[in-house]
Design a binder for this molecule. Structure first.
Ligand SMILES: NC(=O)c1ccc[n+]([C@@H]2O[C@H](COP(=O)([O-])OP(=O)(O)OC[C@H]3O[C@@H](n4cnc5c(N)ncnc54)[C@H](O)[C@@H]3O)[C@@H](O)[C@H]2O)c1
Length: 404
C-alpha cells in the first residue's frame, strides 16, 4: 500500500498536515511494507526538507497512491479517480459551496471519509481541532484587548508558534481586573478554560461573577442553563425540551453582559436557538462588553456583531452598534471589537498537526495498515462515499448531490 499526504490548496492557506515527519517515520518502522509519500508544498508547517531529511519521498504527483490524506477540502481539479481520500469535506450538512466537490468525487468513483465523522460508538468525535480553537481564541482576544487599550502588544502568531509560546507571552503581561466570560462547555470551551487557567486567570462561579467585584482578572464559564430560560416560566429548564423546542426558550445573557468586559462565545448555536447579544443589546448602554472573541463564528448568529469571519492575517474588526456596520478595528471607543477567525487552530499548526496525527494513527491508520479498513467501524461511520456511491448513513445527500 502507498499512502500520500496531499498539499493544501484552500485560501486562506492552511498550514496544518495530517502526519508529521516523525509520525511517518514511526509508522514506517511499524509497517515496513507500506510506503508514505508527501506531495511538495511550500506552505506546510513542516517543510519539504524536514520530510526529506527523514528519508520520506517528496513527489509532485500522488497518482500512484492508494490512500490520500489532506486537511481541508481537496482541490476539485486535483482529484484522482478510484482513490480513497480523507479530509474535512464540509459536505454532509449540504453546504451549497461544496456540492461540486461531492459530485466530482462521485463521478470519479472516489471513496471519501470525512474527519468530522470519525466518531466512537457514542458519537464522540475522535479527531477534532475544537480544543485548540478555544486556546487560540483566548490568545487572539487578549491580543485584541492589548491593542485596543494600547496597554500591551502580544505578538501575532507566526507559522512556528506553539501553545507554550502563547502561554509565556501572556504570562508576562499585567492584566487589569477584567471580567471575562466563556460560554459553552464542550471542546472549544475546555480549550479556552485551559488557556485561561494556564496564564493564571482565576475562574469564579457565574454567581460570584455576577455579584462580586474583584481586584484581579477573573473568568467564568456560563453553561446551559445559565444563559437561557423558558419564555413562560423562567425557573424551568429541561435540556431535552431546549434542544427539540428552542423556540420555547429565550436568552438570559443580558445580566452577564452588564458586568462583562470580554466575551468569548464557545457554545454551539443553531438558527432557532436564543440570541445572546442581539443588535439592540449591543446598543444598550448598560452592556459593558467591548471585546468579543467569537470562537463560534456563527455569522449573525447568537452574537450579532459577528458580521463576517476574519482571517489570521487580519483578525480584528470593529462593529458600530449605532450603524450596525463594520468599521476599522480599534477605531472608536463606542465600537465593539470583534475577533472572528474561523480557522483558529491553524495558528498553532505545529501543535495541532502533531495532536491530529496521533489521533489519526490511533483511530484510523493503524487499522488501515493492518488491512482492516472495511471492518473498521470508525472508518465506516465516517465514509460518505464508497467507490463513488453514497453510503447508507449519508444516503440523505442524494437529492443535494443531484440537484442543480
Ligand atoms: N473558529 C474556529 O476555528 C472553530 C474551530 C472549531 C469549532 N468551532 C465552533 O465552536 C463551536 C463549539 O464547538 P465544540 O467543538 O466545543 O462543540 P461541542 O459539541 O463540544 O460543545 C458545544 C457546547 O455548547 C453547548 N450547547 C449545545 N447547544 C447549545 C445551545 N443551543 N445553546 C447554548 N449552548 C449549547 C453544549 O452543551 C456544549 O457545552 C461550534 O460552533 C464550532 O463550529 C470554531
Amino acid at each position: 500500500m502507498r499512502i500520500g499526504i496531499i498539499k493544501e490548496t484552500k485560501v486562506p492557506e492552511d498550514n496544518r498536515v495530517a502526519l508529521s515527519p516523525q509520525e511517518i517515520v514511526d509508522l514506517q518502522q511499524k509497517f515496513p511494507d507500506v510506503e508514505f509519500v508527501v506531495q511538495k508544498s511550500d506552505i506546510r508547517v513542516y517543510s519539504d526538507e524536514e520530510y526529506a531529511l527523514k528519508g520520506i519521498r517528496l513527489v509532485d504527483h500522488v497518482d500512484d497512491c492508494d490512500v490520500l490524506f489532506g486537511i481541508k477540502e481537496a482541490d476539485i481539479e486535483s482529484l484522482i479517480p478510484n482513490k480513497h481520500y480523507f479530509f474535512f469535506g464540509h459536505i454532509a450538512k449540504m453546504q451549497p459551496y461544496n456540492k461540486p466537490l461531492l459530485k466530482r468525487m462521485m463521478e470519479l468513483n472516489i471513496t471519501f471519509s470525512d474527519y468530522e465523522y470519525l466518531v466512537d460508538e457514542k458519537g464522540y468525535r475522535l479527531c477534532a481541532f475544537g480544543w485548540w480553537a478555544g486556546v487560540v481564541g483566548v490568545y487572539n482576544t487578549l491580543r485584541a484587548y492589548g491593542l485596543r487599550m494600547r496597554t500591551f502588544e502580544l505578538p501575532k502568531p507566526d507559522k512556528q508558534f506553539t501553545l507554550i509560546r502563547m502561554q509565556s507571552e501572556v504570562k508576562v503581561v499585567e492584566l487589569p481586573a477584567l471580567k471575562i466570560i466563556v460560554t459553552g462547555n464542550g471542546r472549544v470551551s475546555h480549550g479556552a478554560q485551559h488557556f485561561l487557567d494556564e496564564v493564571g486567570i482565576k475562574q469564579v462561579s457565574p454567581r460570584e461573577f455576577l455579584e462580586q467585584e474583584f481586584e484581579f482578572p477573573v473568568y467564568t464559564v456560563a453553561k446551559l442553563p445559565d444563559t437561557v430560560c423558558r419564555i413562560d416560566d423562567e425557573s424551568i429548564f429541561d435540556r431535552e425540551e431546549f434542544h427539540s423546542h428552542p423556540e420555547l426558550y429565550k436568552s438570559n445573557f443580558l445580566r452577564f453582559a452588564k458586568v462583562t468586559d470580554i466575551f468569548i462565545p464557545c457554545h454551539y448555536w443553531g438558527p432557532e436557538d436564543p440570541i445572546y447579544l442581539g443588535k439592540e443589546n449591543l446598543r444598550n448602554p448598560e452592556v459593558k462588553i467591548k471585546i468579543i472573541g467569537d470562537v463560534t463564528c456563527d455569522i449573525m448568529g447568537s452574537v450579532q456583531s459577528t458580521l463576517r469571519p476574519s482571517t489570521h492575517k487580519d483578525p480584528f474588526y470593529d462593529y458600530n452598534p449605532c450603524t450596525e456596520m463594520e468599521e476599522i478595528a480599534f477605531s472608536s471607543e463606542s465600537n465593539v471589537t470583534v475577533m472572528a477567525v474561523d480557522t483558529l487552530p491553524n495558528a498553532l499548526a505545529l501543535d495541532t498537526s502533531d495532536y491530529f496525527g496521533k489521533a489519526l494513527v490511533k483511530h484510523v491508520i493503524n487499522d488501515m495498515l493492518r488491512g482492516n479498513t472495511d471492518e473498521s467501524d470508525v472508518i465506516n461511520r465516517a465514509t460518505i462515499l464508497k467507490n463513488g456511491k453514497l453510503t447508507e448513513r449519508f444516503a440523505y445527500l442524494r437529492d443535494y448531490a443531484y440537484s442543480e
